[in-house]
Design a protein around this ligand. Structure first.
Ligand SMILES: Nc1ncnc2c1ncn2[C@@H]1O[C@H](COP(=O)(O)OP(=O)(O)O)[C@@H](O)[C@H]1O
Ligand SMILES: [Mg+2]
Length: 448
């Protein structure tokens, strides 16, 4: 009888375990919301005090506490008689640790968010410092401070790295917007050139810079924009995309000429805007609005390096022209994506000024911490740590910072050269003629 009951219980447990395994295997999303998250939430609430104390987020308070103490009273019979114990109330000062108050845990696809009330004297940076410790304590992939309100922080815990594999939906085709990959929070990484006009794409070799350039070319190829390439590696990177490029410079000499064209184009757009009382090309009458130009520069350091004095003139010309495009291009729809291993002041004069104009920053894996500092500037230190921690096994993972100071871990979607080349060929008919665009060649109007 007892054996039967035990067998029955074991059978039920085995069936439940198998059911849960199958649920998790075949429908992980509903399993997470139905089982995984509630279990996690209970654990988080149960362990929060302990974890907060370990991560030094608790506050010590001295409290008065009433205790009942046992006090021996000598019996009336005197020595040798049984001791009588009396309980007396006593008020003592004791130290108590208080953990920050945890709000309601809200599930997300990859983990959960939780709001915490800061203790007096605490700042969000205390939580950024403690985030790694909290992640280890809860055995999750990462914990990050994602929102800060006066007196509150929101932490976001993720169970696994969402950037291990990324895929994106087809482009929506909005002008000058591309979605080259995913952000760590699971949303699309959007590069909108009308919002952030110029981008710095930095990282060590094999970190994914060219892949990001491929993704941008693939995203922009079907759009009514002119693409221009500066490929100082002798053209090996961008020549295959030539069908969709309106112009391509493969040496510094060619770059000087092409940059002069770009500056000339910016100036003529400026004159056009002035003549029509417009502050930027987007407020011009539609028929006058010029074609946006996106210039991609690969190995930017080559523009600044000089072997001897004879190259000085060329270097200073190209540096000045690039800086002018960066400074003036925004309002006149001339945008830059500058790729390089590092872009520091040691490259030469003008580099720091150029970097300041490149408000969109993408920092791939770097070999030295200074490059991360240089690329991400004075963002919060957690961004620099995240950039330095990018492993070599995940090329394409990067830290992306916009001009508002917010930052995200992100990963570009893998775009092999062949795919980008195919996109360039497929949309070759959309390539504006460079001579016509800059007005050096009269446009051939289609016969009526
Ligand atoms: N987002 C990505 N996802 C997967 N693999 C990538 C990604 N980006 C780059 N890679 C791989 O890493 C290699 C090096 O990338 P690449 O863009 O050429 O680096 P870089 O231009 O920085 O030297 C590529 O050949 C590709 O196989
Ligand atoms: Mg490359």
């Amino acid at each position: 009888m007892v054996v039967n009951a035990v067998c029955l219980v074991l059978g039920v447990l085995a069936a439940a375990a198998a059911g849960l395994w199958a649920w998790r295997r075949w429908h992980p999303v509903s399993f997470w919301y139905g089982v995984g998250f509630p279990v996690r939430a209970v654990l988080v609430y149960l362990t929060w005090h302990h974890v907060a104390s370990g991560c030094k987020l608790t506050l010590k308070r001295r409290r008065l506490r009433v205790t009942l103490d046992a006090v021996p009273v000598l019996g009336a019979a005197g020595r040798g008689a049984a001791t009588v114990v009396e309980h007396k109330r006593r008020v003592r000062r004791v130290d108590v640790e208080r953990a920050p108050r945890l709000g309601v845990l809200r599930p997300t696809g990859l983990g959960w968010r939780m709001r915490l009330r800061l203790h007096d004297g605490q700042v969000p940076a205390d939580y950024e410092k403690a985030a790694e410790g909290i992640a280890h304590a809860w055995r999750v992939h990462s914990v990050r401070v994602v929102d800060v309100r006066p007196g509150f922080v929101t932490l976001w815990a993720t169970m696994r790295d969402p950037l291990t594999e990324v895929s994106v939906e087809p482009e929506t085709g909005e002008l000058l917007r591309v979605r080259p990959g995913k952000l760590e929070n699971g949303t699309d990484w959007v590069m909108d050139f009308r919002v952030v006009p110029h981008w710095l794409n930095a990282g060590a070799t094999q970190s994914g810079k060219s892949n990001l350039a491929n993704a941008i070319i693939k995203g922009l190829a079907p759009q009514p924009v002119a693409l221009v390439g500066f490929d100082l590696k002798g053209g090996v990177e961008f020549t295959p995309y030539a069908p969709r490029l309106s112009a391509l410079a493969t040496s510094r000499k060619e770059s000087v000429d092409l940059l002069a064209d770009l500056v000339g184009e910016v100036e003529s757009r400026m004159a056009l805007c002035r003549a029509h009382g417009a502050r930027n090309v987007w407020t011009l009458p539609e028929e006058l609005c010029p074609v946006p130009v996106v210039a991609l520069v690969d190995e930017v350091a080559e523009l600044f390096l000089m072997a001897d004095k004879s190259e000085k003139d060329e270097v200073s010309k190209s540096a000045t022209a690039l800086l002018r495009v960066a400074q003036l291009g925004r309002a006149f729809a001339v945008y830059l994506v500058v790729c390089g291993q590092r872009i520091g002041s040691d490259l030469g004069p003008g580099v720091t000024a150029l970097r300041a104009q490149l408000s969109g920053r993408v920092c791939h894996r770097v070999n030295d911490p200074e490059t991360a500092n240089m690329t991400l500037g004075d963002l919060d230190p957690a961004a620099l740590d995240a950039a330095r921690a990018i492993p070599a096994e995940t090329p394409g993972v990067c830290v992306v910072a916009g001009q508002d100071g917010s930052w995200h871990r992100a990963r570009s979607v893998f775009v092999p050269e062949a795919v980008a080349e195919q996109a360039a060929r497929d949309h070759a008919h959309l390539t504006p003629d460079w001579g016509v665009l800059i007005g050096s060649v009269p446009a051939v109007r289609p016969a009526a």
